[in-house]
Design a protein around this ligand. Structure first.
Ligand code: SAM
Length: 292
């Protein structure tokens, strides 16, 4: 099929927008892709084929959905904006392997959706150009719900992608880095110019790929507590670890008790959270978990 027939071109997108008198809702992060080359890159890096099941979040008018439908086995696309449902039913009418679900991804029962639309042994991936206003809650939901998905390939704002793929001792390294790297291996695949979107977003974008780990890289006694300790350690970035932990355990542990725990595990309390590796956070969390 020649490129100009695809939804992801400025001409075709404008045609669809006019036909339905569709006005973008900024509050829903509606920046549609109008460049097939970028979609090719996403599909290529996701490595999907006709055996893959794909969940797309936020299909918009179907630019990415169309390319996914061409390459994947089945595509299930969750869209919150009711106005887009009839448009998608029209733009994707020729693709019989696509299911549009009118739902808020943050409220959706993704396990139920997966068992409804995909086979048990099927490889399932998430591929999306995410609504940027809820990038982090969406990715946290996908990671923490323990879904049977192998990989997540998403367009997100560059600054958030950098936080997810960061290493210790950098400005981008924080609790989000640890949360993402606990469940996945994170890679920034490429930077994307604003010009491939309609309308153009205010921020720079990147394609981020998260590959699910078979098991976390560290053993923690209690996952929720581990993430609490990580959050607390970064609560005030300029404060020392000891001070952030003192705030966290106010009313539960004395300053002396905190110092004792840190000494036992040989982590210097005058360090800042951003210097700790994920292994050190696990050590810290497990030691305090035994103490409380
Ligand atoms: N995939 C399309 C593309 O690349 O052209 C559109 C991407 S646009 C950045 C984000 C899409 O997510 C919009 O269609 C928006 O309506 C939808 N969206 C926003 N919040 C959502 C939510 N909570 N659940 C599902 N979809 C959502």
């Amino acid at each position: 099929m020649p490129n100009k027939k695809y939804i992801a071109t400025p001409t075709k997108t404008n045609e669809i927008l006019q036909k339905y008198a569709f006005a973008f809702k900024k509050s829903l992060g509606q920046n549609f892709l109008v460049d097939v080359n970028i979609l090719d890159q996403i599909i290529y890096h996701a490595g999907i084929d006709d055996t893959t099941g794909v969940i797309e979040i936020g299909p918009g008018i179907g630019a990415l959905t169309e390319q996914l439908a061409i390459h994947a086995g089945q595509v299930v696309a969750l869209e919150i904006d009711q106005r887009l449902i009839p448009i998608l039913n029209d733009t994707l009418a020729n693709y019989h392997n696509v299911h549009i679900v009118h739902e808020d991804v943050l409220k959706a029962d993704l396990k139920a959706i997966i068992s409804q639309y995909f086979q048990e042994e099927q490889t399932i991936q998430i591929v999306a150009n995410l609504p940027y206003y809820i990038t982090t809650p969406i990715l946290m939901k996908l990671l923490r719900e323990d879904l049977p998905i192998s990989q997540i390939t998403v367009m997100i704002q560059k600054e958030v992608a950098e936080r997810m793929a960061a290493v210790p001792q950098t400005k981008s390294y924080g609790s989000l880095t640890i949360a993402v790297q606990y469940y996945t291996e994170a890679d920034i695949v490429m930077s994307v110019p604003k010009t491939v979107f309609m309308p153009q977003p205010n921020v720079e974008s990147s394609i981020l790929q998260l590959t699910k780990r078979e098991k976390p890289p560290v053993d923690v006694l209690n996952e929720d507590f581990f993430f609490e300790i990580v959050q607390a350690s970064f609560a005030q970035r300029r404060k020392t670890l000891r001070n952030n932990l003192t705030t966290k355990f106010k009313g539960t542990l004395t300053k002396e008790a905190i110092t004792n725990v840190l000494e036992t595990i040989e982590i210097d309390g005058s360090r800042r959270g951003e210097t700790l590796s994920i292994e050190e956070f696990a050590l810290l969390a497990n030691a305090f978990y035994k103490e409380i």
